[in-house]
Design a protein around this ligand. Sequence first.
Ligand code: MN
Length: 501
Amino acid sequence: MIQLKELEVWFITGSQHLYGEKTLKQVAANSQAITQALNDRDEISIRVVFKPVLTSPDAILDLCLEANRSPQCIGLIMWMHTFSPAKMWISGLNVLKKPFVHLHTQFNRDIPWSTIDMNYMNLNQSAHGDREFGFICSRMRLARKVIVGFWQDPDVLDRLDTWMRAASAWHDAQGAKIARLGDNMREVAVTEGDKVGAQMQLGYSVNGYSLGNLTTYIRAISEAEVDRLVAEYDTQYNVANPLRSHGPKRASLREAARIELGLRAFLDAGDFKAFTNTFENLEGLAQLPGIAVQRLMADGYGFGAEGDWKTAALVRAMKVMSAGLDGGTSFMEDYTYHLEPSAMKVLGAHMLEICASLASEQPSLEIHPLSIGDKEDPVRLVFNVPPGPGINASILDLGNRFRMLGNQVDVVAPAEPAPHLPVARAVWIPRPDLKRAAAAWILAGGPHHTCFSQAVTAEHLEDFSEMAGLEFLLIDDNTTLPQFKKELRWNEVYYHAAYGF
Ligand code: MN
């Protein structure tokens, strides 16, 4: 359901008329060559579209208006090949609504010492032309990413693609619809928040739907459709004995399949990109959706349990950022600690709803009691998550602003099998270590729900936050608590002043 190749990033080159037609033609040819090279690289996930070199205020304004109107354009790459007097950019940048990245590069990598002359100098002026552009962006207080380096360097391409993926998620959130089924888990604070504020700043709308809306779709599912999906389960998963055909719990598996099909139909009919539910409000459902949610997330839907719409939106955004990359992305919760002093770690899980994209092996399909809520035993996929780096991210509502909070972690193999643990689980060591990471997370007001990913990086989240005007805090190897506390205090003042009324 996520197709990055249908989107466009526009390659914008700034110049002026001072240098004559011949130089401008060369500038255009060089920009086209860079555009072509970017499109030829597998690392670049969005189609790059060359736009004619801009040399006047009117042309710049027209281009920015065109970008705003284009449904495919998710953002712009800006580059001043030569010098482009930046007052020309004010009217265009004033109206531009799409994110942009400032690519500070030069067409020729090396100085040709034996032949360099003034013609070469005039053509290759980005070293100072891009400074003029940077000034006007800073003077206008415009959020943007600045990438410095030769346009063929792998790290430049990597940072550019990271920005493109963040821009794709930003684009995807604009006008996105999120369904909140059954409202909030009662009395829980962190999953609440300002939905109007979120729509104004982040672009997505959250609306509530009764369980009756959903059960209408579930009841309309035919036995033949259930047969087909259960057969798919049988081939894709290691099905536990009670759930196999003729097993005593086969009917529960069929019910789980019916719920998945009904949920899909409901989300499809409403054009929803993400949804929430809550185990306290399941009227008309026989069991809490487990495998249904695990598979819907794997297909790109955002999800938040217990009414957590902020996390549902973030899961969706991180699904878009990571489309096609190795590594899974899921709704997650810091569940249980291992506090042995030399090996402190976190067991992350949820009641059921961990995305199947994280599975390190063929998941087993099981049924167990839930122990809370008051429904039939739910069917779920159980698996481990492969070792390696990952990140936990969350968005919280501080009353006057939203905060994006990230923590880099390292997933480790569980020390021992846990044969009675009936849910998918990830075991990780937070950076810099559990004591400092958890203290920083708690001081920052970080939620218990997160989006966990082994594909998204801190830079994706930072770029996304920049586009959204979100505060971004990262807990990583460099975090010290005294410094982190100061950052929290300073940010209170900064955002109070920056957001105003
Ligand atoms: Mn929860």
